[in-house]
Design a protein around this ligand. Sequence first.
Ligand code: G4P
Length: 280
Amino acid sequence: MVHSKIIFTHIIAGIWLASFYRFTVNKPTMRSNETMDYALFGAYFFAFPFEFSSKDIAPLMVMNGCTVLRAIFYALGRDERGTSDMKQLQEKIVSEGRVLSESVLKVDSFLNHQIDPVLMDAIGEEFASRFSDAGVTKILTIESSGIAPAVMTGLKMGVKPVFARKSQSLTLTDNLYSASVHSFTKNVTSEISVSKDFLDKDDVVLILDDFLANGQAVLGLLNIIEQAGASLAGVGIVIEKGFQPGGKEIRDRGIRVETLANIKTMENGKAEFFEEAMVR
Ligand code: G4P
């Protein structure tokens, strides 16, 4: 009875600590089940010196065993959150995407024209979770289709997104970083620019974009980050066409690229994903 009371007190203390951590340090990315994990760990940690030999502690040990297993599964990339968000996007591509040719995928109904806010929310959560340890201070994308995922990710991470403009702005005329981006898909070259007011050497930048095909947009954004003297946290891509060269070229530079749906082939009018993209 006494032991039960002590354990109960420890659990409450653990929950309090976990909640404190969740709502202060890691508010944007932590989830309820993780809060519970921290709570159990906290309870176990406090109880350890006192009740280790008692059988009262057994349920706590079992629960913490589960937490450790969850951590191992998560480290192996098989945690359900990675899979479910990925699946949600993949299912959307399969159900609503249209393969226009062996290299062009139309996703106008949720990403490139009409936007699905529920999916964008999940995408933001996923990027925020994957880059939570990268110390990101700024998200950099390119207009127009990168903006929606960048905004949702910025919201979840508590950082501001900036989008590179492709066209000349009336108000944005000097004090700019700029770079040329050639689109092989559209066969046009555009000059992209970002105001020096919104990016500087102290920033740790996460590049986000809707598609990764030939990698020219990402290379242009990298060029801008270099001009600013900022550091790079990595690159987050919603849909990568893994059969085109951009992903390899960027990874070969030692850059971390996180892709939410990586398409292996679009032959026979159907998008097929790389195996690892299905489990995360
Ligand atoms: P790259 O940046 O990886 O080199 O890509 P690329 O030049 O080949 O493509 C340039 C534009 O075409 C980008 O949009 C990119 O998102 C888009 N794109 C590339 N492949 C596909 C595809 O299979 N499907 C769709 N829907 N878009 C594709 P953008 O010009 O920046 O336009 P937006 O952001 O305003 O939509």
